[in-house]
Write a protein that binds this ligand. Sequence first.
Ligand code: ZN
Ligand code: ZN
Length: 369
Amino acid sequence: MADHYEVLGVSREATTDEIKKAYRRLARQLHPDVNPGEEASERFKLVTHAYDVLSDPEQRARYDMGGDGGFGGAGGFGGFGDIFETFFGAAGGNRGGRPRSRRERGQDALVRVTLDLGDVVFGVHRDIEVDTAVVCDTCEGSCCQPGTQPVRCDICQGSGHVQRQVRSLLGNVVTTQPCNVCQGYGTTIPYPCATCQGQGRVRSRRTVSLDIPAGVETGLRLQLPGSGEVGPAGGPNGDLYLEVTVAPHEVFSREGDDLLATLEVSMPDAILGTTTTIESLDGPVELELRPGVQAGDILTIKGRGITPLRGSQRGDLRVGVHVVTPTRLDAKERALIEEFAGRTKAPAPRLAEFHQGLFAKLRDRFRNG
Ligand code: ZN
Ligand code: ZN
């Protein structure tokens, strides 16, 4: 096995500084990123291992006394990248190169809002209370008591990570781990801000004003970029999502962009026809029932439905006719109906195809709520 001093090209009396300089020079020549190839790679491992041993006073003493830890062929792997980074910064590789930033993007926030069907028809303006993290006013997100600053971590010298020599079957292996003392930030905060306990953000309730467009549906999420939680240490905000629930309406239900309802019509009105005024979601609408309108007929009122989310052409209001049969008749009414029946020679009940029309669907909708 090559002598570590020879590998680095330094004398046995070399100072730690000289050893460091020699390693730095050789590593620049031989690092696999700079000098790909089998031979350079093998030499780089040797150089790195030699440096590992000689830069650590304890190991160097042991080596000088003839007891090297043994450098199995693959020894030093996983290590040279880290040492290289220590000298040349993160440019040498991306593993553990830079300390972590305290600033991180905040989380997205979700707020639920319940709308009436009328809000959906036209769109609505809402002021919504949102409870999220916001930047701490006291420290303005710095996490430090005003007038103080983070200080460089002594344990990792500000790099955010520490190297640990692990003795394994393969020899000494250098691993890089986040520094426990500063959690990898490279700095510690000696005087955390008292308002936010050093988080740089506090929870706060605020009001977000927004226009909810027409045509939204239950389950739809509207995204408000940058209105979510502020990140730790004043990091950028996440997004705010507004999840819509549309409350069921006691009269109208929705099918696509159309509104559906049932119109209850008395038997005489169905027979004779009439004009009536109904309350649609946007005000009264005059509706004409032709004489002889049938139960199950659908009357369409154009353009009184919902404005679609994308588009401007409103849907229709469709009204299913339900003829209400009188259940309590006094003697005179009964006599009149009997007379009417006798005159019209109405056919006896007869079987026809089952009516799976919209009106049946409408009724089901009402039964199931
Ligand atoms: Zn603060
Ligand atoms: Zn540290």
